[in-house]
Structure formats: C-alpha cells, structure tokens
Design a protein around this ligand. Structure first.
Ligand code: NI
Length: 270
C-alpha cells in the first residue's frame, strides 16, 4: 500500500486494471480482505486473480465470487505440470469446470519455466500444448508464463496461431515482442519495468503499440521500485504505470486509460 505522501503523486481519478495478481497466495492470509476492500477506493478498478494450480484455481474462483471487481483465471503453471500429469484427463476436466464459471476470463498461467525447472521439460511442454488446445477449442485468451524459455515458448506459440492472449511479466527481447505483436499477442509489464537492471524492457516498452500494452503486479511478487523486495499489491502498480507513461511520452492518466481499455478487450470484460 502507498502512504499519504506517495498517494498524492498519482491522479486518483485514473483507474487501474491489474491484469495479473495472486491474492490467493499465503502471503495475504493475514490481511487479504482488508487489502482487497481498500483497493477500489485507491483507484484499482479491476483485478484478475490467476489460479494456476488445483488449489489456487479454487481460491481464485472464490475471490471472484466474493468481490465484484475481481475476476479469475484457471490453468496449470509449468511448475505444477507434473501434478496435472499425474491426474491426466481429470486435470483438463477441472480446468473446464472453472471456465464454465461466469467470472473466469482466461486460461493460465501456463507455459515454460526453465529457471526453476521444477518439472521435467517434456512434461511442461505437454501441458503447455494441451492448454493451448483447450484455448483453441473454447476461445478463451491465455496467460503465458515464460521464464528463461523464450526459444521453446515461441516455437510452441507459432504452432497455435489461433490462440491469443497475454505474455505475462514479459522478459524477452524487443525482437521477440515484435513477433508476438504481429501474431496478435499483448505484452504485460510488471514492476520489473521500474528496476534499474530492467535490461531490454524499456526498449520493449518503447516499441510496443499502445493498443497491445498491459500492466500487472504479479502480487505478492515483483513489487516496483521504490518498493522492490517488499510484498507487492495492486496499488503499488501505480509506479509501473508511471514508468510506462514516462517511456511512452504519455501522462499517467493516459496510460491508465489505455491499459484499462486493452485489459477489458483481451479479457472480454464489458
Ligand atoms: Ni503469476
């Protein structure tokens, strides 16, 4: 949360859409409701809570039922792909059952994680493909997690040209972003954009078309500067919006309005 002095830095009339958060995480057990109840008054208009394991799909769905402004996704994270594989066909049935709920707006997060490598890569790839097929069949947008796996992620996405969605907390090169944009994808920026060692991200942000950029927290992770290392929440995303505004030569309020419209479009929220 921001203190009073910090809050004054941001236009309170500008509304934010946090396209990717994990309020189901245990790090919010002590004050989850307190935080969620305070967010709308501080300018956070919508949140998508990403359910990406069997446990968190249920928690994300419950949060979306409890709070009007919270939506949910359902899918299997690459770090949980072995768990899904052990359940086989039942795992896909579970994801489908959440997709049938009115406030589930996307499949994900799914993809590849070669940083943690928690799960054999062939199993990660298998569940990446299976969920892309589910997206092809159902028409839902997907949320992609790609950590240190850019080459294989692109190779698999190229095989599924009909699937569209979001590259969450994008960490690839400007050239990779260019290709994804051409393929119809959205690029989402987390607090990493504000880090001093953000590497090529500012260049990516410079090149991404206005109608394809999104912002997110990935809360409780990836808090933006000057809160780096602390628990993240959707209000802190104002710093990410401000950084994006600076890079694009826009005002903070313009970035909020543009990313709000983009998020509603990609998630089909009226
Ligand atoms: Ni996430």
């Amino acid at each position: 949360m921001l203190n009073t002095e910090e809050s004054a830095l941001f236009d309170i009339n500008a509304k934010l859409f946090d396209t990717h958060a994990h309020y189901d995480d245990a790090k919010f057990d002590e004050d989850r409701d307190e935080i969620l109840q305070s967010l709308q008054a501080s300018g956070v208009e919508y949140i998508v809570d990403v359910g990406c394991s069997f446990d968190t799909m249920e928690k994300a769905s419950a949060l979306s039922e409890k709070y009007d402004f919270v939506y949910a996704s359902a899918g299997i994270h690459p770090n949980d792909a072995a768990d899904a594989d052990a359940r086989g066909e039942e795992a896909l049935q579970i994801i489908r059952s959440y997709l049938n709920k009115p406030k589930t707006v996307a499949i994900g997060e799914l993809g590849l994680d070669y940083y943690w490598d928690d799960c054999p890569r062939d199993v990660q790839k298998k569940w990446f493909e299976l969920q892309l097929q589910l997206a092809e069949e159902t028409g839902y947008p997907v949320i992609i997690h790609d950590r240190d796996a850019h080459g294989d992620t692109m190779e698999i996405l190229r095989r599924h040209p009909k699937v569209k969605g979001i590259l969450h907390s994008f960490s690839g090169s400007p050239e990779m972003a260019d290709e994804l944009i051409k393929m119809g994808w959205y690029i989402s920026f987390s607090g990493v954009l504000t880090f001093k060692n953000a590497a090529k991200l500012p260049e990516v942000a410079k090149r991404v078309p206005l109608d394809r950029m999104l912002i997110e927290t990935d809360a409780p992770y990836l808090a933006p500067h000057p809160h780096r290392g602390k628990r993240n929440d959707s209000e802190l995303m104002k710093y990410t919006a401000l950084k994006l505004a600076e890079i694009k030569g826009l005002t903070y309020a313009e970035v909020c309005a543009i990313t709000m419209e983009n998020a509603k479009r990609v998630y089909n929220i009226k």
